[in-house]
Design a protein around this ligand. Structure first.
Ligand code: SF4
Ligand code: SF4
Ligand code: SF4
Length: 250
C-alpha cells in the first residue's frame, strides 16, 4: 500500500482474545475480497484465526474480550508492556460487554449454577481500560471490519480517528427504515453512536447500544419517552446496561 508514492512502515500486529465469543476476531477474518489487501498493510505477529505466527514482538496489539480471570489480567499487563499501541477490540474489551452481565449475580451462586461441583476461577468482569491504559477503543458487537481497517490505517499514518458523533437514528432515517420505537419496541438508537449503518433496525430489531454513547446522549429525555410508551424502569435499565457502554442512572 502506497500513499503519494511513500511506502509506509508495516507495523507488526498481534491479536489476542480474552473472555468473549471471538466474533470480533472472526469479523476481521471475514470478507475474502479485501482480506489480502487488509493484511498487506501489516505484518502479522499473532492472529490465531488466520496464522500460525506466534511472536512476542509487536507494535500494535488488538485485544478482544473482557478480563474475568487472574491469568488474563497478568497477560494483559504483559501485552501493555510490549505494545506501542494497545487497541480494545469490540464491546467486551471496551465496556465489559455481554460478559459484564455476570456481575449482576452472586459470584458463588453463579459459579455453582454454571460449573456445578467443579468451580472455576471467575473474577468480576472488567473492561481493558479498568486495568491498563488503552490507546484506542473500537466498540461494536461485533466490530465493523471496515471501521477496524480505517482505524488501523489511521494508526499506521499516525492520524487520530474520529467516530461518528451522531446516533444510530440518523442512519435509520437515511435508509428509510421503519422505526422500531414507533412500532412499540424498545430501541437505544437515539442514545447510541452511529457507524453500524443501523444494523439491528435494518434487520427488524431495536438497538441494544453495542457501540456506546453518541455525542451528548440525552438519557433523561429518552427514559421519559420510553416510560410514556409503557416500558418499565427495569426494562429500560436492563437494556441500557446490556453492553456496559451506556449510563444506567435513571
Ligand atoms: S464484542 Fe461481541 S462479537 Fe466481540 S467478542 Fe464480545 S461478544 Fe463476541
Ligand atoms: S428504529 Fe431506533 S434507531 Fe431507528 S429511528 Fe427508530 S429509535 Fe432511532
Ligand atoms: S443497531 Fe445498535 S446494537 Fe445494533 S449494531 Fe448498531 S449500535 Fe450495535
Amino acid at each position: 500500500m502506497n500513499y503519494l508514492g511513500i511506502k509506509p512502515v508495516r507495523p507488526r500486529v498481534a491479536i489476542f482474545g480474552f473472555t468473549g465469543c471471538e466474533g470480533c476476531q472472526l469479523q476481521l477474518a471475514n470478507g475474502e475480497e479485501d482480506l489480502a489487501e487488509f493484511l498487506s498493510a501489516m505484518r502479522i505477529a499473532r492472529f490465531r484465526e488466520l496464522s500460525s505466527a506466534d511472536e512476542e514482538a509487536y507494535d500494535i496489539a488488538l485485544v478482544e474480550g473482557a478480563v474475568t480471570r487472574g491469568d488474563e489480567e497478568e497477560r494483559l499487563l504483559e501485552i501493555r508492556d510490549r505494545a506501542r499501541v494497545l487497541v480494545a477490540l469490540g464491546s467486551c474489551a471496551c465496556y465489559g460487554g455481554v460478559p459484564r452481565l455476570k456481575n449482576c449475580f452472586d459470584p458463588v451462586e453463579m459459579n455453582h449454577e454454571v460449573y456445578g461441583c467443579h468451580p472455576r476461577e471467575s473474577l468480576p468482569t472488567r473492561s481493558l481500560r479498568e486495568i491498563v491504559t488503552v490507546d484506542q477503543e473500537i466498540p461494536g458487537c461485533p466490530v465493523a471490519k471496515v471501521e477496524v481497517e480505517r482505524i488501523i490505517q489511521h494508526l499506521i499514518w499516525g492520524l487520530p480517528y474520529r467516530f461518528p458523533a451522531y446516533p444510530v437514528c440518523l442512519e435509520c432515517k437515511q435508509r428509510y427504515i421503519l422505526c422500531r420505537f414507533e412500532q412499540g419496541e424498545l430501541c437505544l438508537g437515539p442514545l447510541t453512536r452511529g457507524g453500524c449503518l443501523a444494523t439491528c433496525p435494518r434487520g427488524g430489531l431495536g438497538c441494544w447500544g453495542c457501540r456506546g454513547p453518541a455525542a451528548e446522549p440525552n438519557y433523561g429525555e429518552f427514559i421519559a419517552i420510553a416510560r410514556q410508551r409503557g416500558f418499565t424502569l427495569r426494562e429500560i435499565k436492563e437494556r441500557l446496561s446490556f453492553f456496559g457502554g451506556l449510563e444506567v442512572t435513571p
